[in-house]
Design a protein around this ligand. Structure first.
Ligand SMILES: [Zn+2]
Length: 207
């Protein structure tokens, strides 16, 4: 073997060794990544039952202690939506930012959650009405009552055992019902969705 042949052979060997070394490293890092992925998948698998359990717990908690309670149980006779006023005094569709609950006059009306009465009085369109401010910027409004049982400034701590007043047919109203709204600041919210958990409780647990 000549000197140049030996040099060429050494170069070949060096190249071969380098390729082998690279291959080993790549395979190593690949299996390392696989280990990592398997670890993440396993952790996810262990996390899933915990997440489901937490969700079920939250559901039961909201069912037992709904954040907003139904002020009076009865059918919704007018929904939260655009409508023609039933007494035909308003010719075009207006936005009804409340639900009307059909209940006999004299039914107890509960405040929907804890808060402070900021308005309680009478006017020609709402009849006897009350407005309550709640924590978190929420407020609620009750109209067409036959009798008020709160005054401005009253604090409500046990809504389920309190009474805003008795339902009725006062003001611009065509029959006994409760006109009920919930606001977040100045924005009216659909009361039906906020009362969902208490509606479920009324259906399942009857209180
Ligand atoms: Zn109404």
């Amino acid at each position: 073997m000549t000197e140049s042949q030996r040099v060429a052979q050494t170069i070949q060997e060096a190249k071969y060794n380098r390729r082998q070394a690279l291959r080993t490293t790549r395979a190593g890092s690949k299996s390392l990544n696989l280990d990592k992925a398997a670890g993440i998948a396993l952790r996810r698998q262990r996390l899933l039952p915990k997440v489901l359990l937490a969700a079920a717990g939250l559901f039961v908690l909201l069912l037992l202690f709904p954040p907003f309670i139904v002020p009076a149980d009865g059918p919704v006779t007018s929904a939260f939506f655009f409508r023609f006023a039933p007494d035909k005094t308003v010719p075009q569709a207006e936005f009804h930012d409340a639900i009307d609950i059909g209940i006999p006059a004299g039914t107890r009306v509960k405040p929907t959650t804890i808060g402070r009465v900021v308005e309680a009085g009478y006017n020609n369109s709402a009849g006897y009405y009350a407005r309550i401010k709640h924590p978190g910027g929420f407020s609620s409004y009750y109209a067409h009552l036959s009798k008020l049982q709160v005054s401005t400034g009253d604090l409500i701590l046990l809504p389920f055992f309190s009474s805003v007043g008795l339902s009725g047919n006062t003001g611009r109203s065509t029959g006994p019902h409760l006109h009920f709204s919930i606001y977040a600041g100045n924005i009216p919210l659909p009361p039906q969705s906020l009362l969902l958990f208490h509606r479920l409780r009324l259906h399942i647990l009857r209180f």
